[in-house]
Write a protein that binds this ligand. Structure first.
Ligand code: IPM
Ligand code: MN
Length: 354
């Protein structure tokens, strides 16, 4: 393969079970690269809780600059029991999402054949949609503060920020994505325009403005509370959802549960013009760390997304997804410790199904 481009991947195993699930993803990467004859290189970074406890910094100087030189980032999990909540989440995960301007968080909700679904009478034909979560604005910007802290007069504020540019680029991505996906060609805005009459009025106006440029895409609107209801009652009504960051965080956990749980749910933090980062959407699961019981399929699905969206390896991404669909049928459950196989055996099952 002389002269063929090499896919450069930065690997951030992170905390808890992160490194274990990423190792299985890399096993699958090695196999699919051999099968489809493409080249890649890996560089491992030790960012996460352990490093923070040793050195006192979450991301060293120059880290973001270096990560920008890769084609994609493959992330395991962030969150350490000995580190106060927020430090790693904000200092590592959100910092990278913001600094790398990964303004889309793309989270497919797809129930694979043979996977248990908690919804009665719903199957793979009913649960197949994608959530496009805005990923750089909203309550996540960390704007706000305290006044009169620790007194009875205390005031705490946290600002929900929406910019025209931020909403516009997210809606455009969602419309383009819906068109390219070419399924129901329907995009639903999920917000709360009846209460958030400033920030979500902006979302409503921009969404409808951008919609005019996509006459082939049907549009719909749900308040976020109603969306939770529909996701349980009629998930088949969705094709693509676009939503602000905070609501996207919440409804994608609900989405993960109806597709079989955190063991299978993957996502991509995408900068369509820059470097994107792919991760299983579940956390670091400290209680399962090092036990070889965590489900690596979400991380393997994240790898499939990486290959498709950032690796220029669409076929390999599809091959990995198909292999996951085969492997999943052999598992007793998708929950940690109940799969009937160990973490490494599940990785092997996927490799064997390629
Ligand atoms: C997610 C996570 C993060 C988020 C946390 C860890 C900051 O829940 O990726 O959904 O809220 O975005
Ligand atoms: Mn979340």
């Amino acid at each position: 393969m002389k002269g063929a481009p090499v896919l450069k991947i930065a690997v951030l195993g992170g905390d808890g079970t992160g490194p274990e699930v990423v190792a299985e993803g890399l096993k699958v990467l090695e196999a699919v690269a051999k099968k489809n004859r493409f080249q890649y290189s890996l560089k491992h970074f030790d960012y996460g809780g352990e490093r923070y406890l040793k050195t006192g910094d979450v991301l060293p100087e120059g880290a973001v600059g270096e990560l920008k030189t890769f084609d994609a980032i493959y992330l395991g999990a962030v969150g350490h029991p000995d580190v106060a909540p927020g430090i790693l989440e904000k200092g590592l995960l959100l910092e990278l999402r913001f600094q790398l301007d990964q303004y889309i968080n793309l989270r497919p909700v797809k129930l694979y054949d043979g996977v248990d679904c908690p919804l009665k009478d719903k199957g793979p034909a009913d649960i197949d949609f994608v959530i496009v979560r805005e990923n750089t604005e909203d309550l996540y910007v960390g704007s706000g503060g305290f006044a009169h802290k620790n007194t009875k007069m205390e005031v705490a504020t946290q600002i929900m920020l929406a910019t025209h540019e931020g909403v516009d680029r997210c809606c455009r991505y969602a419309f383009d994505f819906t068109r390219k996906r070419a399924k129901k060609k329907k995009l639903t805005l999920v917000a709360k325009t009846n209460v958030l009459t400033y920030a979500h009025d902006l979302w409503w106006r921009v969404f409808n403005q951008v919609a005019k440029e996509y006459p082939d895409i049907a549009t719909d609107y749900n308040h976020v509370d109603a969306c939770c209801m529909w996701m349980v009652k009629n998930p088949e009504s969705y094709d693509v959802i676009v939503t602000p960051n905070m609501f996207g965080d919440i409804i994608t956990d609900l989405g993960a549960m109806i597709q079989g749980g955190m063991g299978i749910a993957a996502g991509g933090n995408i900068n369509p013009e820059g470097v994107s980062m792919y991760e299983p959407i579940g956390g670091s699961a400290p209680k399962y760390t090092g036990k070889n019981v965590i489900n690596p399929l979400a991380a393997i699905c994240a790898l499939a997304m990486l290959l498709k969206h950032s690796g220029g390896q669409e076929k390999s991404g599809d091959d990995v997804e198909r292999a996951v669909m085969k492997a999943v049928k052999k598992l007793k459950s998708l929950s940690a410790g109940k799969m009937g196989y160990s973490t490494t055996e599940v990785g092997d099952l996927v490799v064997d199904s390629l």
